[in-house]
Design a protein around this ligand. Structure first.
Ligand code: C2E
Ligand code: MG
Ligand code: MG
Ligand code: MG
Length: 290
């Protein structure tokens, strides 16, 4: 089954693994294969972080998000939406998450130590399981110390599910992280089930509006949800960023609603480090030319 699907996917070209992945959903055998692959992916150096810029209303860089990429030696590129859940289920998200945090902060430190005009923070996604670990805050503190990066430069993206699991623990962990100086963003905001009663007690810095609501703005001309999120962000004195912004129309509609921070293909796709640093340098010189 797996071999067959893989064979057919290869025939469709290197990047077109969608067909294979569709079939993959079904098979437990394939999941085991992914699990095995994930267990050795770190030592085999198959992981790589890509970086997607975040910009303000003037197009100026305000930060970036690190996004994990995995190239399996035979299966090719496998998207995180497929392998992260497998890693979580198999209980191997911890080592992967630690690798991500270490590599992201190492890269950030190296950019800040050179003349790359890097601006703002670097956001790193944190799995619910990773966040739930008792030593998570300690891990973050250690990695910042290891690379001598100032904590404000690091933003952690957590999801509602991650935060609601053990609410008291969550609140105290978030407090500790913010005492360190690290920023916290609530990723995919609006897609979870957290009530506003919970939300108001969470020490956060940013709400990240899920792409689904940004899509809604174009598809159905429906701004209601984004408008509500902007209001919530305003009341709670949080920054609000929109993810998955693909068109100028979306950006302008967001600007009209008071949202001034963006991430999406309109500005740049997630890029490998070298390309990303070119983007950073180029946008800086373009803005200076204006
Ligand atoms: P996310 O954190 O919500 O990341 C945003 C996703 O939207 C990324 O997909 C990004 O490539 C994609 N994206 C950004 N702008 C656009 C756009 O304009 N249009 C479209 N169509 N897509 C856009 P990606 O990289 O495939 O990651 C998917 C999810 O996998 C992430 O969602 C995150 O939940 C998870 N993930 C990625 N890297 C990591 C990681 O290092 N650790 C953990 N725990 N999860 C990760
Ligand atoms: Mg994210
Ligand atoms: Mg997101
Ligand atoms: Mg999302």
């Amino acid at each position: 089954h797996a071999e067959m699907a893989l064979y057919r996917a290869k025939g469709m070209g290197r990047n077109n693994v969608q067909f294979y992945l569709d079939e993959l959903q079904a098979g437990a055998e394939e999941k085991l294969r992914l699990e095995d692959g994930l267990r050795i992916a770190i030592v085999n150096r198959e992981f790589e972080l890509h970086f997607q810029p975040q910009v303000n209303g003037q197009g100026r860089m305000i930060g970036a998000e690190a996004l994990l990429r995995w190239r399996h030696p035979e299966m090719g590129n496998i998207p995180p939406s497929i392998f992260i859940p497998v890693a979580e289920e198999a209980g191997i998200i911890h080592s992967i998450g630690s690798w991500v945090l270490d590599d992201a902060v190492a890269k950030l430190a190296s950019w800040l130590n050179t003349d790359v005009p890097y601006a703002g923070h670097l956001s790193v996604n944190v799995s619910a399981w990773q966040f739930a670990r008792v030593d998570f805050v300690e891990q973050v503190r250690k990695v910042l110390e290891k690379y001598q990066v100032s904590p404000e430069r690091l933003m952690l993206e957590v999801t509602e599910t991650a935060l609601l699991y053990d609410f008291d623990q969550t609140v105290s962990k978030l407090r500790e992280l913010r005492e360190l100086g690290v920023q916290i963003s609530l990723d995919d905001f609006g897609t979870g089930y957290s009530s506003l009663a919970y939300l108001k007690d969470l020490p956060l810095d940013e709400l990240k509006i899920d792409k689904a609501f940004i899509d809604e703005m174009l598809l159905n001309q429906d701004h209601t949800l984004v408008e509500s999120i902007m209001a919530i962000g305003g009341c709670m004195k949080l920054k609000v960023i929109a993810e998955g912004v693909e068109s100028a129309m979306q950006r302008d509609a967001l600007l009209n609603l008071g949202c001034t921070q963006f991430q999406g293909y309109l500005f740049s796709k997630p890029l490998p480090e070298i390309e990303f640093l070119k983007w950073v340098t180029l946008q800086q010189s373009e803005l200076n030319d204006k």
